[in-house]
Design a protein around this ligand. Structure first.
Ligand code: FNR
Length: 189
């Protein structure tokens, strides 16, 4: 069984270390996971005023999530939480009321920071948001990455064997998590 994984990069930075981390994670993921980035930059700021008639950007976001078997978040920590652009995308996806695109969705989160706590606080914040969105979150292993530029090339190649093994294991566990969720909750339910 293969699975489609939609992924969010929480940073809009042209030099994002989290984008590099996303490439590294995809590089070491099981072959039967197929990845598609779900962009967030183009979204207007969410308002309930849009609920009656979602704009094309909002519809496309929801369709991309709903076409996915699982969602991976790769995000920086901004002021001990997730960046506003990512929260905005989640707010769009969670609405209109009763049409929450994350309902029962298998999810995982990873993040890289130049600081030593490696996005741990942002990830806890995101977990709280995803709990309310009723996602089926992978709770372990956790991936709090203290980004060392010597360990990652821009294309996501990992030059440290221990780091590669850790990230490979993280993605293998994510694949198992996706399968477990879809075994209990087939997509038609
Ligand atoms: C940061 N950074 C940061 N780092 C951290 O460990 N904890 C934090 O709370 C914050 N807060 C924060 C706020 C804002 C507005 C910025 C711009 C940065 C530093 C951050 O980890 C660093 O800039 C990373 O490189 C961001 O990831 P990307 O954008 O390179 O993927």
């Amino acid at each position: 069984m293969s699975y489609k994984v939609g992924y969010f990069v929480g940073s809009l930075s042209s030099t994002s270390v989290n984008r590099i981390l996303s490439k590294a994670l995809i590089n070491v993921a099981p072959d039967d996971l197929e990845f598609t980035e779900i962009p967030i930059r183009q979204l207007p700021l969410y308002s309930p005023d849009y609920d009656a008639d979602y704009p094309a950007e909002g519809k496309a976001l929801k369709q991309a999530i709903e076409a996915s078997d699982a969602i991976l978040f790769v995000t920086p920590e901004y002021n001990r939480s997730i960046p506003g652009a990512l929260k905005n995308a989640i707010d769009w996806a969670s609405r209109p009321w009763g049409q929450n695109s994350f309902d029962h969705m298998p999810t995982a989160v990873a993040g890289a920071s130049i600081g030593v706590i490696g996005t741990a606080v942002a990830q806890q914040s995101l977990r709280a948001v995803m709990s309310f969105c009723n996602a089926r979150q992978m709770t372990a292993p956790e991936a709090y990455i203290h980004f060392n530029p010597d360990v990652y090339q821009d294309d996501g190649t990992i030059t440290n064997a221990d780091t590669e093994e850790f990230l490979r294991g993280f993605m293998a566990e994510f694949r198992e998590h996706i399968e477990r969720v879809h075994t209990v909750l087939p997509r038609s339910s």
